[in-house]
Design a protein around this ligand. Structure first.
Ligand code: HEM
Length: 228
């Protein structure tokens, strides 16, 4: 039991470190180092619809800001301390997460038709949009029904999608720089790889980390009700 708790704490800390470092990196690259996204846009060869760069850039900025907000709000809400001691903060922050996911999905919907690598990635991004929103709404529905464990599981599945961009770049880097595969194909492998990894990571956390029921009562529940 103790080992499981400390494993869960270490994993939570690791997740926070990865999220913070990644957010700093994304902010630096996209707002300071290359605010015109010249490097990223240079790979958009063979895209059927021409990118209207000023509009695309503004949408991307909004996308990044809300993506970071979703990462922060989600990370805070997985803290058991905050959940047990500041229930209202958890609830308000949960709605911040929901709103941020909605904006990420909407902005992603705008950018998807112009995806690097073309139609095959546009489809993948649109599928991801549906899944990401669906998982998040499922988590909210579960807590409205006072199903704490189920809510936590769906939130884990939803939150894994906050790491999509990190995984895409990780896979793309390995395939392109490591194996010398052409950029567009590496990016496609990255997009599909990220989709699979999102699900796999979430299931790993659910099966091996969150193995016990959450020791938390939903608000408005009768005092002695046991949550299984
Ligand atoms: C929550 C964490 C996320 C961050 C930090 C993030 C960040 C970014 C950034 C910086 C870009 C610009 C291009 C690049 O450098 O990759 C981008 C593009 C994009 N993102 Fe996200 N994103 C996140 C999540 C998502 C999710 C969950 C989806 C889909 C459901 C998504 C869909 C897209 C699409 C479609 C593009 C355009 C890709 C292209 O033009 O090829 N993003 N994102």
């Amino acid at each position: 039991m103790r080992r499981l708790q400390s494993r869960s704490k270490s994993l939570y800390l690791l997740m926070i470190v990865v999220a913070v470092v990644y957010m700093l990196y994304v902010t630096y690259v996209n707002f300071i180092h290359d605010p015109q996204a010249a490097e990223f846009l240079s790979h958009k060869t063979g895209v059927k619809r021409p990118v209207v760069v000023p509009v695309w850039l503004n949408v991307m900025y909004v996308h990044i800001v809300f993506a970071c907000l979703a990462m922060i709000a989600g990370a805070i809400n997985f803290s058991t301390k905050i959940l047990s001691k500041h229930r209202k903060l958890h609830r308000v922050n949960g709605y911040v997460y929901l709103l941020s996911v909605a904006v990420v999905v909407l902005t992603s919907g705008y950018m998807a038709p112009y995806s690097t690598g073309g139609k095959i990635n546009s489809i993948a991004f649109n599928v991801m949009n549906l899944i990401f929103m669906g998982l998040t709404v499922a988590a909210i529905v579960q807590i409205k029904r006072k199903q704490v464990d189920s809510h936590r599981k769906w939130m884990v599945r939803s939150y894994a999608f906050c790491f999509t961009n990190l995984f895409i770049h990780m896979f793309t880097f390995v395939f392109h720089n490591g194996f010398g595969i052409e950029y567009a194909l590496s990016y496609t492998l990255g997009v599909y790889g990220a989709l699979v990894l999102n699900f796999a990571l979430a299931e790993f956390v659910i099966r091996f980390i969150y193995t016990r029921p959450a020791a938390i009562m939903p608000t408005g529940n009768k005092k002695n009700k046991v949550i299984a």
